[in-house]
Design a protein around this ligand. Structure first.
Ligand code: M6R
Length: 604
């Protein structure tokens, strides 16, 4: 989704803005732009469709100024184009604005206030900058007053950075539902959608709450609530280093992040172990879950897939029924809830708008909730009653890998701790620390066999238009994730199916050479999945079998090291991630930045 950066008080804001935008590239975008001004009154507004490198190529050699804002746009209203790229300017070019989010009532606002304005592009954002201009001109308001009045009128999600060329020593910012942070420096300040964009400039950040308006000078900031009351808020130090966000010698972040997974498993063991080397989570979370009669897992995409594996673990260890819901469906189509529901929000970014709108409703209903996220201080973390962190380190590739396995590992820990508290025998008997260490080792074995997966990607996925992953139980849930990985970066139309369901319709799609990849880790259902693979092979499918040691057959193409039956997803997903990675490389696509996708989906 869109990314915002801004700098005030630094000599070369353009350079810092471009560097910041490059660090936000991972969020996904289709155009970018930058505005710089300063006391010498010379302005630079440069916008470009496409990548940051195209924007960079258009920038003048030297840009003087002390204040600037930049933006990467992921189009919602108006096609990706230079015209629709941000920053947007008012009709008289006095006000310059960047925006992340969606203004829902922009048509009404336009009709009510802006009939005299000629709009330059097709975005919802432009309405906002014109409206500020309108109030300054017609009601003689100050810029801040006009901005506040505008914020009270517009509806939707936003993070804004506003510059008034007549006040070239200040940036006004505001947010509602979309992320935005202020970074504090010595005689300079910055703004950014994500701390990683500005971590080279500062490690000290201040959060902004929804509907606050912040005035940012080079040497001070002032936070006000929607009514104009001053708000005091402490800054915090971001637990992030430049190293965390660099890919080092790796060609792509995705490969680095796949390789990070064993270390993340070990980090999680450490982070959730007490002095007696027992896994533990806060007693308040345990009490809330023990008091509930049903757990609802709410998530999107890969996190939703992790939720399905979590359901299996939680139900088996805690005997509490668990439902898994897509956030985008749940919010507007809420099922009849149990008497004492407990909600788990799974979100790598902690910023996903679909999940957040559910959490807002859940909070209104005063139900207890837990966010499991990779981003401490993220919106979902702040707004849920409890948080458990994934400790996976920044995940930058759009295709989620290590966050998925970290989510499953954290859910396993929750299941074990709650199960133990309930006296569940399965939970009491599993040595989860040991089993997760075995998972880390198994992941390492697979990661060391990359060339095999590279070869399979070539043999099975080269030139194919479509592909199917099939499995049963946990293997089915992994099949869904494996298919998502493959389709989102290689653009092969891939689907994950419950193996037994194929013959109820989808088998009609099997043709000579159609790749069908079977995942088999569970001895109880192995023979059934094998029969289904046989059925498609008979109809011409090109089958590849990934099985777990103990249920393997000599003809299986890849045998996974054996791990605890509850944790097989953590291992079987790794070759699928690698297959997706290599299939994408072989097709010549950008692995980390697939078309149309954003890392953090901050619009509903
Ligand atoms: O940050 P979240 O986990 O809430 O994101 C949810 C989905 O957008 C995300 O998992 C998406 O499906 C993955 N990037 C796909 O690899």
């Amino acid at each position: 989704m869109c990314g915002i950066v801004g700098v005030i008080g630094k000599k070369n804001p353009a350079k810092i803005i471009i560097q910041g935008l490059e660090k936000l590239e991972y969020r996904g975008y289709d155009s970018a732009g930058i505005f710089v001004t300063g006391k010498n009154k010379q302005d630079y507004l440069v916008k470009s469709k496409g990548r940051i490198k195209e924007l960079k190529a258009k920038l003048p050699q030297e840009i003087n100024g002390e204040i600037g804002i930049g933006h990467t746009r992921w189009a919602t209203h108006g096609r990706p184009s230079e015209l629709n790229a941000h920053p947007h300017t008012s009709e008289d070019n006095r006000f310059v604005l960047v925006h992340n989010g969606v203004i829902q009532n922009f048509e009404e606002v336009k009709a009510k206030y802006l009939t005299n304005y000629t709009l330059k592009g097709d975005t919802d954002t432009e309405i906002v900058v014109q409206l500020i201009d309108h109030f300054v001109l017609t009601e003689k308001l100050t810029t801040k007053e006009a901005f506040r009045k505008t914020l009270a009128i517009i509806e939707g999600s936003y993070a804004f950075a506003l510059v008034d060329k007549e006040e070239p020593d200040v940036i006004y910012v505001a947010k509602n539902k979309s992320p935005l942070l202020i970074g504090l420096g010595k005689n300079f300040n910055v703004i950014c959608s994500d701390a990683m964009a500005m971590i080279e400039e500062t490690k000290r950040f201040v959060e902004i709450a929804d509907q606050e308006l912040v005035t940012v000078w080079a040497d001070a900031i002032q936070i006000e609530d929607a009514k104009g009351n001053l708000v005091r808020r402490e800054s915090y130090e971001a637990q992030l280093t430049l190293n965390d966000i660099e890919k080092g010698t790796y060609p792509y972040y995705m490969l680095k992040e796949i390789d990070d997974q064993p270390a993340v498993m070990r980090k999680l063991i450490q982070a959730y172990s007490n002095n007696q080397q027992e896994l533990t989570i806060s007693q308040e979370i345990v009490t809330d879950i023990l008091n509930s009669d049903r757990i609802y897992i709410v998530a999107c995409g890969t996190s939703w897939h992790a939720g399905w594996v979590g359901k299996q673990m939680l139900e088996q260890y805690t005997s509490t029924p668990v439902e898994v819901h897509l956030a985008s469906e749940f919010g507007y189509n809420m099922p009849i809830l149990a008497k004492k529901p407990f909600f788990i929000f799974l979100s790598q970014s902690g910023e996903t708008a679909d999940s957040r709108q559910v959490l807002v409703k859940i909070n209104e209903l005063t139900y207890p909730s837990l966010t499991i996220t990779n981003a401490a201080g993220s919106t979902l973390s702040r707004e849920a009653k409890h948080t458990l962190l994934l400790h996976a380190g920044p995940e930058i590739a759009v295709a989620s890998t290590k966050a998925y396995t970290a989510q499953i590992a954290v859910l396993a820990i929750v299941a074990k701790v709650i199960g133990e508290a309930k006296g569940n025998l399965k939970a009491l008997n599993i040595d989860l620390v040991h089993e997760l260490s075995m998972v880390a080792q198994a992941m390492e074995v697979l990661i060391s066999r990359k060339e095999v997966l590279e070869e399979y990607a070539q043999t099975y996925l080269e030139d194919t238009r479509n592909a199917f992953y099939i499995g049963r139980g946990i293997d089915y849930y992994v099949s869904m994730e494996a298919a998502l990985k493959l389709k989102e970066i290689s653009y092969i139309q891939a689907e994950g199916f419950a193996a037994g369901e194929l013959k109820h319709g989808t088998i009609a799609l099997i043709e000579e050479g159609t790749p069908v990849l079977g995942i088999i880790t569970d001895a109880n259902i192995a023979s059934h999945t094998r029969s289904n693979l046989q059925e498609v092979e008979t109809r011409g499918a090109h089958t590849l079998i990934i099985s777990m040691s103990g249920v393997e057959k000599a003809t299986d193409q890849l045998v996974l090291p054996k791990v605890h039956p509850m944790l097989t997803a953590l291992v079987s997903v790794v070759p699928c991630q690698l297959l997706a990675y290599y299939a994408t490389l072989q097709r010549g696509y950008d692995v980390d930045k697939p078309r149309n996708l954003a890392k953090s989906v901050t619009v509903e």
